[in-house]
Ligand binder design. Structure first.
Ligand code: VGL
Ligand code: ZN
Length: 201
């Protein structure tokens, strides 16, 4: 059984959003067209409480995109984004949602960020996504969404670590920065994640 994981296709990551990914909106038609090829479509949703410690605004004197230490973990400080209940946290209006069977929210613990749809960055809390996919007899996972170098990367990495045959769909994602994107791609290649295009699904 193959599952499509649609990562964080939310307004704040689209052009005009508070943490806009360049050309982020271009993933939507690609993901919409892909959905009918899968028996199971699952989405993740970045869902932070106000004042989340990944927000630069929670650290007086610090600016967005600075790096800090957060309880022993390296943390990029982000603009406020995907605050629970806000318009920016909603899925993109143009995203086809009818076939999404389950939504896994992440980033709710105020003290730790959560890029992967499976675990927080400190690997202290699981979202339940591994158990869900196993219960649904999923063996192969295909990942797309936003952003390529953060949440899509870490979700694909954890999917592989959790034992799923994992495919990262390069044209169903867009990145925030090219240096972190290059690193993500080489790491995924090294751990055996398949890098494919939507046309190859
Ligand atoms: C993301 C940074 C902060 C993402 C989420 O979805 O890639 N990036 N929160
Ligand atoms: Zn976030």
């Amino acid at each position: 059984m193959k599952a499509l994981l649609v990562v964080d296709v939310q307004n704040d990551f689209l052009p005009g959003g508070s943490l806009a990914v360049p050309h982020g909106d271009e993933v939507i038609p690609v993901i919409n067209a892909l959905q009918s090829r899968f028996d199971l479509v699952v989405a993740t949703q970045d869902w932070h409480p106000g004042g989340h410690l990944s927000f630069a605004s929670a650290h007086p004197g610090k600016n967005p995109f600075e790096i800090t230490d957060l309880y022993g973990l390296e943390q990029v400080l982000w603009p406020d984004h995907c605050v629970q209940g806000s318009e920016g946290a909603e899925f993109a209006a143009a995203l086809e949602k009818n076939r999404i069977a389950a939504i896994f929210r992440k980033g709710m613990h105020p003290e730790v960020d959560s890029y992967s749809g499976f675990f927080d960055n400190g690997r202290r809390y699981a979202t339940g996504l591994t158990s869900y996919l196993r219960e649904m007899n999923v063996t192969e996972v295909y990942v797309g969404g936003l952003a390529a170098d953060y949440c899509v990367y870490y979700t694909a990495k954890d999917a592989a670590i959790e034992g799923f045959e994992t495919h990262y769909i390069t044209n169903a994602t867009r990145h925030i920065a090219s240096d972190s994107y290059e690193k993500a791609i080489s790491d995924l290649r090294e751990i055996g994640v398949h890098l494919i295009t939507a046309e190859e699904v």
